[in-house]
Design a protein around this ligand. Structure first.
Ligand SMILES: [Zn+2]
Length: 475
């Protein structure tokens, strides 16, 4: 494994994920690493890995690290390299060489042991790459009390909460991290393993996400029960997303699973009014299909609740489908579904270009689109069985609700690349050259610092045009 990683690193640095290349340049240039030896190869890329035991670079790294340890007041003993490299890491997050995902260098991810315990206690099976902080938020979102979480986690660590006194989320996570690292208790594992002096930053180039020993046991199956609310963030779904999350975790869905009447992967909203209970086995087969009766149901809910059923970026295609589905019911599962899918693919492509071709496109995207949905996090909701909101009350603005919005923004922005990587295999974007020119112009506007309103108007115009092109090409 180690040998293999080394070969991949040195021979194929061109295959590094672009995020990882950025990361190595960032770290190598960071003042915290000033004087730590590294060279560049003939192609200009950093020789991040030095595996040869006799290399002078490697010896230099060891010497540097020992000096740093003395500077920091650490005793030179086994484990000190890891301690130093963790201490000086500027962000605490390492990018994975393979997939480009960021993961914490600390013990922040559940072990299989904890994953099993969580499933037994809360009925949710988390992937082993879920940050403990997200697990905590997720459990709160699905209706558990903070005090129960504290008790559960401290119980796992064998800590008496009356003794520790610190029972808030941050302290509990710190306690778990400390115990996992120092006492060998298998509660949490690190997102990146220590590996100094082989690697310049002192961490394995593979993160937990791409380590071969992943928990693959009922993985795919159980992802769904956990990721369903995440998917709405990933698809930039409109709708009252917070109410939908709350409704999904409510007693109305006990023993069943919540099904979106219109699949969110086809652009339909994440909203309690468009959720219905469904047999767990049925839901896994439904995926992104669309049927005549789904459309009828969607239209019934829309006329009753006045909540628009589809996210803004697919509204034009949806209006077309609405006008035509009765005349051509045979086209619903194929053509109309594909058109909605194409619209999603195009939107995700546009987002990715804005993110990658601009300096601060992320900020524009948050301000123009995500903030509109983030406002729903300001309230708590109560429902009737149909998902109508019968009561709404303002929430206290604690750290948690702030985190929630940040988490929403982060997941939405980070998942754009994943979507494009995954979906490109089945369907690529259908933007024509005029639309691509518009997209370039949007990126230029962002880089020129034009106003949010201007940029938003341009993005909406492009999204209208590419949808009209989709309709044209399919009819
Ligand atoms: Zn990875």
């Amino acid at each position: 494994m180690l040998l293999y990683a080394t070969i991949v690193d040195t021979m194929a640095s061109k295959n590094w994920h672009p995020n990882f290349i950025k990361y190595t340049e960032f770290i190598a240039a960071h003042p915290n690493y000033k004087g730590l030896p590294i060279e560049r190869g003939l192609d200009g890329s950093l020789n991040w890995v030095v595996a040869n035991k006799t290399s002078t670079i490697r010896q230099g790294r060891i010497k540097w690290c020992e000096n740093k340890a003395r500077e920091l007041g650490f005793k030179i003993e086994p484990g000190v390299y890891a301690k130093v490299m963790r201490k000086i890491h500027p962000t605490g997050e390492k990018v994975c060489q393979v997939c480009g995902k960021k993961m914490s260098i600390f013990y922040h991810y559940p072990t299989v042991h904890l994953i099993n315990k969580l499933e037994k206690k809360f009925g949710i099976r988390f992937p082993n790459t879920t940050h403990i902080s997200e697990i905590w938020d997720e459990l709160l979102d699905s209706g558990n009390k903070e005090s129960d979480l504290t008790e559960f986690f401290l119980g796992c660590a064998g800590v008496d909460k009356t003794l520790s006194g610190k029972t808030d989320k941050k302290s509990v996570i710190e306690t778990l991290e400390d115990i996992s690292r120092n006492s060998g208790k298998a509660i949490l594992s690190p997102g990146a393993m220590s590996n100094f002096p082989d690697r310049f930053d002192g961490f394995h180039t593979y993160n937990l996400c791409c380590r071969s020993t992943q928990d693959t046991g009922r993985h795919a199956d159980n992802m769904k029960s956990y990721t369903r609310d995440r998917r709405a963030y990933e698809y930039w779904s409109d709708g009252n997303i917070h109410a939908a999350n709350m409704f999904m975790g409510s007693q109305f869905f006990k023993g069943t699973s919540a099904d979106h009447i219109g699949p969110i992967s086809l652009g339909f909203v994440h909203d309690p009014r468009y959720l219905q209970p469904m047999d767990k086995s049925d839901n896994s087969t439904k995926r992104d299909r669309l049927t005549f009766s789904d459309i009828e149901k969607i239209l019934e809910v829309e006329s009753r609740t006045k909540i628009y059923p589809i996210s803004w970026y697919s509204a034009i295609v949806w209006e077309y489908v609405k006008q035509n589905y009765k005349l051509h019911p045979e086209k619903i599962p194929s053509t109309y579904r594909d058109m909605l899918k194409q619209s999603m693919v195009n939107f995700m492509y546009i987002l990715s270009q804005i993110i990658h071709q601009t300096q601060n496109g992320n900020k524009y995207l948050i301000d123009c689109f995500l903030k509109n949905n983030a406002k729903y996090f300001n309230y708590s909701y109560e429902f009737n069985a149909r998902g109508d909101i019968v009561k709404q009350s303002p929430r206290h603005f604690t750290d948690r609700s702030n985190n929630e919005m940040e988490r929403y923004f982060r997941i939405a922005l980070n998942s754009v690349d994943d979507y494009n990587a995954k979906e490109n295999r089945n369907m690529s974007n259908s933007l024509n050259s005029a639309e691509k020119a518009l997209l370039n112009d949007i990126c230029k506007s962002i880089n020129a610092g034009e106003s949010k309103d201007t940029v938003e108007r341009k993005i909406r115009k492009l999204v209208s045009e590419e949808q009209n092109s989709i309709i044209e090409s399919y009819s």
